[in-house]
Design a protein around this ligand. Structure first.
Ligand SMILES: Cc1cc2nc3c(=O)[nH]c(=O)nc-3n(C[C@H](O)[C@H](O)[C@H](O)COP(=O)(O)OP(=O)(O)OC[C@H]3O[C@@H](n4cnc5c(N)ncnc54)[C@H](O)[C@@H]3O)c2cc1C
Length: 379
């Protein structure tokens, strides 16, 4: 893949940071399900928390390729830590694409400092793939909206300074009723953060339900126009999905490298298991799938960075879907290469296989990605 010298230098900087700050804690944050808050200033100083913020607002003015590169490199060692890079994407991009200039000037310089955590709250207990079924409501009352409802799964919702929260403001049904609001959970009254979910993997990256009880949100925190929130955020989602693809590529690469190293040193039948064709072919298949997934992810990133929105939309679903299916397959095969030792926590492939599963589920399940792709084909 042809990257510019600047991009390669960026990746090299991430690699060094990962060895120093991420590798030493990757297994521990999984074991203790601990949110690694010490990484916030490290990432912030490198511009990783605020990658999308334009220079005009004090940010590094990154792009999709850079976010993908950062997530891929970090995910080779830890998916949970990878997701923290570019974490503000779903807050910054909706503001960029359809917020007011006043809102951009109010929030983006804060995010640009690289110390803020943000979250996005779309999903609800009864509204997952079917976003239009959300029941959380925002009702206009004088100089504010009053929000009532419940959100589910909110990543980093317990540590976020700001949450981009989507709620119904109309009665028409479907996406046309959904509006976006900036919620400040540490300041606004009526927000209860629920129990931290105990997940299969992605430990260290917290998920919480949010309960909203008559939360008064000032009018100026409505992002864009009433009823246009979800449609307007589609482009942000298209720009976020490939980064899950990139995370998957990194995870798969990390698992393959661990499998290769193990296959060379583990001996059975008086020789390294790497000499058995059954193992060699598994490794070869891993490499083929990873290269194909990587090519798709960065082709998608190029389309996003070139502003080719129509192509981005379908490529984003393809990249997310193919790369996450690849990561699931590769990490499962990596465990197989380790035999019984792959099934215990002594080696990272056990964690990687658990982490890979989430990439097929969140950010739109892989079934939903296939719905998007086939809709595009049949249009
Ligand atoms: C760790 C984690 C982090 C998350 N972070 C966030 C977050 O920060 N913010 C947020 O808003 N949400 C978040 N989510 C929610 C996530 O986006 C949803 O879980 C996901 O969209 C699927 O919704 P669901 O779990 O309700 O599954 P459902 O929608 O109930 O789906 C169940 C099954 O049915 C399939 N299915 C559903 N509809 C169709 C269809 N039309 N055709 C074919 N198959 C279909 C699905 O693919 C799936 O296999 C997170 C979830 C997890 C687990």
């Amino acid at each position: 893949m042809a990257f510019s010298e600047e991009q390669l230098a960026f990746r090299e900087g991430i690699r060094r940071m990962v060895q120093k700050h991420v590798a030493p804690i990757a297994a521990e944050i999984d074991e203790n399900d601990r949110f690694p808050e010490e990484l916030i200033p490290v990432y912030g100083d490198m511009g990783l928390m605020q990658l999308w913020v334009p220079e005009k607002y004090g940010g590094p003015e990154g792009n999709l390729t850079l976010v993908c590169m950062a997530r891929e490199e970090i995910a080779k060692v830890s998916e949970a830590c990878a997701l923290l890079a570019g974490i503000n994407t779903m807050f910054v991009l909706p503001l960029m694409h359809f917020g007011t200039e006043e809102q951009r000037q109010r929030f983006l310089p804060i995010v640009a400092k690289g110390r803020s955590m943000t979250a996005v709250a779309i999903s609800e207990p009864e509204a997952g793939s079917d976003v239009g079924a959300m029941a959380t409501r925002a009702v206009r009352d004088g100089d504010a909206y009053v929000i009532n409802g419940r959100k589910q799964w909110c990543s980093f919702g317990n540590v976020a300074d700001y949450i981009m929260l989507y709620a119904k403001t109309g009665e028409r049904g479907g996406f046309d009723d959904i509006s976006a609001f900036i919620i400040e959970p540490k300041k606004m009254k009526g927000i209860t953060i629920g129990r931290h979910e105990h997940k299969m993997g992605l430990k260290g990256s917290p998920n919480v339900p949010l309960f909203l009880d008559n939360v008064r949100v000032p009018l100026e925190n409505l992002v864009g126009e009433e009823g246009k929130g979800f449609k307007a955020s589609m482009r942000s989602l298209d720009l976020n999905r490939p980064t899950i693809g990139a995370t998957s590529v990194g995870l798969a690469q990390g698992a393959m490298e661990a499998a290769i190293a193990y296959a060379k040193q583990r001996r059975q039948f008086k020789r390294p298991i790497a000499e058995f064709q059954g193992i060699q072919f598994m490794l070869a298949d891993m490499a083929i799938q990873i290269e194909a997934a990587r090519a798709l992810v960065y082709e998608c990133a190029r389309a996003g960075d070139a502003g080719d929105w129509e192509r981005l939309s379908v490529l984003a679903s393809m990249a997310k879907c193919f790369a996450s299916d690849t990561a699931m397959k590769v990490t499962t095969d990596a465990v197989q290469v380790f035999g019984g030792y792959g099934y215990v926590k002594d080696f990272p492939v056990e964690r990687m296989m658990r982490d890979a599963k989430i990439n097929q589920i969140f950010e739109g399940t892989n079934q939903i990605q296939r719905v998007v792709i086939s809709r595009h084909l049949l249009a």
